[in-house]
Design a protein around this ligand. Sequence first.
Ligand code: AMP
Length: 587
Amino acid sequence: MEFIEKVTENADEIQTRVLAEILSRNSNVEYLKRHGLDGHTDTEAFKKVVPVISYEDIQPDIKRIANGDSSPILCCEPISEFLTSSGTSGGERKLVPMTGEELRRRESFNNLSTPVMTQCFPGIDRGKAMNFLFVASESKTPSGLLARQAITSLLRNSDLKDGPDNPFTSPRDSFLCEDYFQSVYSQMLCGLCQNKQVLRAGAIFAAGFIRAIRFLEEHWSLLCNDIRTGSVNSLITDPLVREAVMRILRPDPELADLIESECRKDSWQGIIPRLWPNTMYISVIVTGTMSQYVPTIDYYGNGLPLVSTLYGSSECYFGINLNPLSKPSDVSYTFIPTMAYFEFLPVNENNGGRDEVTDSTSVPKSLDGEEQQELVDLVNVKLGHEYEVVVTTYAGLYRYRVGDVLRVAGFKNNAPQFNFVCRKNVLLSIDSDKTDEAELQNAVKKAASNLIPFNICVADYTSYADTTQVPGHYVLYWELSQNELSNPVPPTVFQDCCFTIEESFASMYRQHRNSKTISPLEIRIVEAGTFDKIMDYAISLGASNNQYKTPRCVKSEPIIELLDTRVMSCYFSPKCPQWTPQWNYKN
Ligand code: AMP
């Protein structure tokens, strides 16, 4: 806590020092020489000559490193591995160069939230965490460097302990097992058989946690059998996993009875506190598009606090949540000024802002000289304003646009605290209309409120701009979550949902609808389990269970086909949304 107090107090000074340190260490790297920095380490010179870039701008340099060029291209320290960024809405995965030192810096960042949580939940350190974490398979670049996801790297690099020193319920070998079924089965089994010791449950993102609970819904009877007999099901074939579980598992018929009787009940509401009675909170990221999972986790958790602890990416770790009890919609992350040098690009119409027309698959465009002057330093961001975050890291990214839009929610001393707003890229577009992730999320949220009287919520969704017919139209796929209190929904209500979505879209969309250059929006209701199938498909192509995020817009043919084969009913917007001509281009 003292550290957080100190670094947030001296945020400005620290940021200047961090930049000077990065630039002096790397004064000889090819990239900085190429841009003519000429050994300067001051902020002014840096901002004058080093351009603000996107991944594509350094892809040729990254390819050289991946192909074995070990000269100092981006960073003076040797590259130890690449982290593969999941990206969010399609497109190639990015390779982010990593160094041993940067990995250690991130480890200490991860530890920063421990005192915050202990202060908020006294005694939390006296029990175990049932955290569902998974490794994904690794690949090697032509030069032999590992390319793997951030969590895989973290798990493989950390000194995971078994036995009484293990702060998790899962043994090391369950975390490190690449087979999802065996990994989640054994993690769930160990979580169940140590149920009284579990003080917090979670995963990295909300979607991963829900997937684990759904797994329990499908497999609880096998798991109960193992707990009753003290043996591991023969479906678990990995000998290391079997041995690790056997070191924890004891025959416990009483516990098996309890789990069985709870899982047999019609309602799974509150299943987390029912099976893990000492759980103090659920640790899952529910900010950004993950916020749509809040009702489902609330249902399983019966209102246990949902805590989004960290905000980070493969490229850089940014901030921690200092108010773990804040509502998911209010969560803000305090930027830690020692992690990297941060700059902020105001989000407005000049730089490809959220209102502006950009190609739906494009990454942020390069900035011209004037736009580069607009970037604001960490301590100079303004309350309530939105910015795109730009980072300069110790591992060799210089003025790199991460692609996330953040809003300033407050300050901890001199360090800003940000709400996560959205990924920057535009998702849907038929004509000159452009709809981004936040707009879509907001519209779906509003429309889904039409289903509340029927005790139904939207469990997951994605979208697609169908241009096979002219004029094209937006298609939304909805998977619904129902419970024992749910009632059938009349078709007119789904039609109203379509209309609500259209009404909440930006003026350009509504104008196109009125001029009939976009056809009525369509909602396709898909069978339960469809989004799990999409996740399975993504994982079969190399995505990881931890990092997977439902794409809010799908472009790939096989996924659209998969969705379409599971459609149960379709509804269209019955009328045009309101639109009146305006003088300015913005809403
Ligand atoms: P990856 O590099 O694949 O791990 O993805 C990183 C991206 O995940 C970030 O750039 C954000 O878009 C998203 N993300 C990470 N942490 C959070 C968070 N706490 N809230 C919302 N989105 C997040």
